[in-house]
Design a protein around this ligand. Structure first.
Ligand code: ATP
Ligand code: MG
Ligand code: FE
Length: 353
C-alpha cells in the first residue's frame, strides 16, 4: 500500500509518501517545511500566522513529496491527512488539501489522529510488533499508552499539568533561550558537561514521588527552574541549570514509566517499549529510558531522530495501517482541535466509517 500523508497541525507543513508492505514501512519521500523562523520572534507558534503559511506552502510541499518519491498519483492507494488534534486553522488546510486530492484522483481519504502518527513513528526505522508500551512525549502531550494495534490503544497515565516538551519550551523561554526550547536547552546542558560543570547544586522538586499511578507533573519543576534562572550570573550557571533541568525531566519520565512497566509486565509476555514524540529526540532522555527498559527486560525502540518531531511520514504510515484494515473516512470528515488517542478506536470513532 502506498499512501500520501499530509501534516499541518502545528508549525510544520509536511508531506510524505510511504509504502507499507510485508517487509515493513519504506519512506519514499518526506518533505518538511518548518515555520520556526516565522514564529521565533513571538517566542511560540502564532495560530493565524501558521494557518496562512500552511495555505501558501501545502501545494508545493505535497508536489515535492510526490516528485521525490518518483511516483504518479495513479500509484497511490490512499491519501492520509492529520485531522487533529492541533491548531484547527492549520489542520483544516492539510485536511482540505487531502480531500481535494482524494476527490480529484478517486482515492480513499484517511483522517489520521496526529498522536496516532507519533505512536506508530518508530516503525519508520525498524519493524515494531504490537502490542507495546508507549511513552508519547511531545510538545502538547505526555502519556503512557498500551498500544495493541492501530486505533486500539488505552491510556495508562497522562500529565496532570504541562507536557514534557512544554516544560522544556517554557523553562528555555524563562532562561532566554530561543524557540523551540528543547533542542536549545539540550545544547546548553551539553556545554555544562564539556566544561566539567555540575547541575546537582541546583535543587529541583521531584513531583508525584511514591504515587502508585503512572501520571506526570511538570509545573512545579517549571516554576522552580524559572525562578532559579533569575539567579544565574554566569554562562556556566545557566549551562549547569540546563543540565539540572534536563536531568529532572528525564528522571520524572523514567520514574513514572517505571511504574507503567511494572504494571504492563504483569499482563504481557512479550515486553516492548517505545518512546516517541519530539522530546524523544533528546539524547539524555533516550539513554535514560533505554537503560530503564533494559533493567526491566523490555526491548527498546525509538523513531529515527528525523521522525521524532512533526513529520508527514508518520501520518502516511498511520494512514496505510488504517487503510490495510479498511478504516477510511467520509469526505465530509471534520477537523478536530481536540481528539484523545484512546478514543481513536476503530469503529467507536464517529469520524471513521
Ligand atoms: P503534539 O504532538 O503534542 O501535538 P507538537 O506536535 O508540537 O505537539 P512535537 O513536534 O512532537 O510536538 O515535538 C515538539 C516538542 O519537542 C517541543 O516541545 C520541543 O521543545 C521538543 N523537543 C524537540 N527536540 C527536543 C530535544 N532535543 N530535547 C528536548 N525536547 C525537544
Ligand atoms: Mg513543531
Ligand atoms: Fe507532534
Amino acid at each position: 500500500l502506498t499512501v500520501l500523508g499530509l501534516e499541518t497541525s502545528c508549525d510544520e507543513t509536511a508531506a510524505s509518501v510511504v509504502r507499507l508492505s510485508a517487509a515493513g514501512a519504506e519512506v519514499l519521500s518526506s518533505v518538511i517545511h518548518s515555520q520556526i523562523d516565522e514564529h521565533a520572534a513571538f517566542g511560540g507558534v502564532v495560530p493565524e500566522i501558521a494557518a496562512r503559511s500552511h495555505v501558501e506552502m501545502i501545494d508545493g510541499v505535497a508536489r515535492r513529496a510526490m516528485a521525490e518519491a518518483g511516483i504518479d498519483y495513479a500509484a497511490l492507494d490512499g491519501v492520509a491527512a492529520t485531522a487533529g488534534p492541533g491548531l484547527v486553522g492549520g489542520v483544516m488546510v492539510g485536511l482540505s488539501y487531502g480531500k481535494a486530492v482524494a476527490l480529484a484522483r478517486g482515492l480513499p481519504l484517511i483522517a489520521v489522529n496526529h498522536l496516532e502518527g507519533h505512536a506508530v513513528s518508530a516503525r519508520l526505522g525498524a519493524e515494531t510488533r504490537y502490542p507495546f508500551l508507549l511513552l508519547l512525549v511531545s510538545g502538547g502531550h505526555c502519556q503512557l499508552l498500551e498500544v495493541r494495534g492501530i486505533g486500539d490503544m488505552s491510556r495508562l497515565g497522562t500529565t496532570i499539568d504541562d507536557a514534557a516538551g512544554e516544560a522544556f519550551d517554557k523553562i528555555a523561554k524563562a532562561m532566554g533561550l530561543g524557540y523551540p526550547g528543547g533542542p536549545a536547552l539540550e545544547r546548553l546542558a551539553a556545554q555544562s558537561r564539556e566544561n566539567g560543570g555540575d547541575g546537582s547544586r541546583f535543587e529541583l522538586p521531584r513531583a508525584l514521588l511514591g504515587r502508585k499511578d503512572c501520571d506526570f507533573s511538570f509545573s512545579g519543576l517549571k516554576t522552580a527552574a524559572s525562578r532559579l534562572a533569575q539567579t544565574c550570573e554566569s554562562e556556566q550557571d545557566r549551562a549547569d541549570l540546563a543540565d539540572a533541568v534536563q536531568k529532572a525531566i528525564a528522571r520524572q519520565l523514567s520514574e513514572r514509566t517505571e511504574r507503567a512497566m511494572l504494571a504492563y509486565a504483569e499482563q504481557h509476555e512479550a515486553l516492548h517499549f517505545v518512546v516517541a514524540g519530539g522530546v524523544a529526540a533528546n539524547k539524555t532522555i533516550r539513554r535514560t529510558l533505554e537503560d530503564l527498559a533494559t533493567k526491566h527486560g523490555f526491548g527498546f525502540l525509538a523513531p529515527p531522530m528525523v521522525y521524532c518531531t512533526d513529520n508527514a511520514a508518520m501520518i502516511a504510515l498511520a494512514g496505510a495501517e488504517r487503510l490495510e484494515k479498511g478504516l477510511t473516512s467520509d469526505i465530509d470528515v471534520a477537523a478536530r482541535p481536540r481528539w484523545p488517542l484512546d478514543e481513536a478506536r476503530a469503529n467507536a470513532d464517529p469520524v471513521h466509517k
